[in-house]
Design a protein around this ligand. Structure first.
Ligand SMILES: Nc1ncnc2c1ncn2[C@@H]1O[C@H](COP(=O)(O)OP(=O)(O)OP(=O)(O)O)[C@@H](O)[C@H]1O
Ligand SMILES: [Mg+2]
Length: 159
């Protein structure tokens, strides 16, 4: 699926919409993993912030660049037993195993988790093969191309 947003507001609305859709379709037995990929300033954090809104997260979702990972409780149990939003930003890690030291394996295993990962390509080998990937591309100052794909493999074929 390919979307073009003309401004930040449109990306926010898209994120809020996809949040509901992904949640509805999520597997009750597996964590919902959404990998976000794209250059600096392409819109990954903006997307994450608005993805969080329908989940009832009370704290504000900021760029976790300096803390690697932030975990938010949802206000209530969501469809398919989801109860937590985990926001990860791997921009500053040196090697993928840095994520293992902060417990990525257990986080990925917990079916209660919804996990958003910025710069996910840096840890692609650690992520489940069936995760959803979202690619953000600059297409002008305020335009972004946003491509949603079930696997990185699919995106390469359709690009
Ligand atoms: N269509 C658009 N969608 C999203 N953001 C937009 C759009 N047009 C302009 N912007 C601006 O682009 C910037 C996106 O920043 P954001 O922090 O979301 O990017 P990011 O991909 O998380 O970057 P980083 O890799 O540095 O974490 C914001 O300043 C936002 O106002
Ligand atoms: Mg960011």
């Amino acid at each position: 699926m390919k979307f073009i947003t003309k401004n930040k507001r449109e990306t926010q609305k898209l994120a809020r919409h996809l949040s509901g859709e992904f949640l509805k379709r999520s597997n009750p037995k597996k964590a919902l993993v959404i990998a976000l990929s794209g250059n600096l300033g392409a819109g990954k954090t903006t997307f994450a912030q608005w993805f969080a809104k329908p989940l009832g997260v009370k704290e504000s979702v900021k760029s976790p660049t300096f803390v690697l990972m932030q975990i938010f409780k949802t206000g209530r149990t969501l469809p398919n037993g989801k109860r937590r939003l985990v926001h990860i930003d791997t921009y500053r890690i040196k090697r993928p195993s840095d994520m293992l030291r902060i417990g990525l394996k257990d986080i990925l295993k917990d079916p209660k988790n919804i996990i958003l990962i910025e710069w996910a390509e840096k840890i692609k080998g650690l992520l489940p093969k069936d995760g959803t990937w979202i690619y953000f591309k600059h297409a002008g100052r305020n335009r972004r191309i946003i491509i949603v794909s079930m696997t990185p493999h699919q995106i390469l074929k359709s690009a």
